[in-house]
Design a protein around this ligand. Sequence first.
Ligand SMILES: C[S@@+](CC[C@H](N)C(=O)[O-])C[C@H]1O[C@@H](n2cnc3c(N)ncnc32)[C@H](O)[C@@H]1O
Length: 231
Amino acid sequence: MSRDFSQRSNEQEIMDGGIGSFELFDESLKQIEAVNRLTLGYRPVLSWVDRQLPFPKPRPVTILDVGCGRGDLLRRIWSLARKKNVTVRLTGVDIDSWSAPAARQATPEYMGIDYRIGNVFDMDIEADFIVCSHVTHHMKNDELVAFIRWLGAHARRGWFISDLHRHPISFLLAKMFLFLMPVNRMIRNDGPVSVARAFTAEDWRETLKQAGVPAQIHWHFPFRYGVARCE
Ligand SMILES: C[S@@+](CC[C@H](N)C(=O)[O-])C[C@H]1O[C@@H](n2cnc3c(N)ncnc32)[C@H](O)[C@@H]1O
């Protein structure tokens, strides 16, 4: 059956139904990290953060990662800041109650990253910069509009969203790539479903219009969009 890529898919990811055990969650997030690294998945966020640092303030720069999973992106931001000699205070938030324990287990204590469990919409937490990678495709359109407004209210200096580009070619590439990668059934299923749930540039323009928030939209190789706003 051919798929319609003109609209976001409503198909549920297995991940959103809950992952059966801590071990499976940890294993699956490790596999997502490997996929992200191989597909340059963190590059849009890291190059944006790189451009924001150093940030001329006498105190540490605070950065929040929404939907931080196992914390891989935060560890990379920590390394980037260290290379640039910038002191950062990093926080990760994730709705899944297994995320924080898995992220703490994977993160050396000296990085001092604070991991919290919670739905971002219920959290009153501020940071200089807020980033979010591969999370927004889990949200419905009205939640996404609310999220853009939430970011505006909680990021003091700027925010950056990175997520997949919905396109028949990226769907096919995800299917082929995950067929070849040593990943579990959930990741193999959820990868292409994530692409089908993701966005085109037009979707982002419409979402930003509905939220009443101007922001920049850039395409990143391979098949991702970055949406950025600096105050
Ligand atoms: C596909 S994973 C992405 C993990 C990581 N950021 C990455 O780039 O690979 C999506 C994560 O977003 C989290 N998430 C989804 N909705 C959320 C919400 N409303 N508040 C906080 N976390 C959320 C999920 O629990 C999941 O860990």
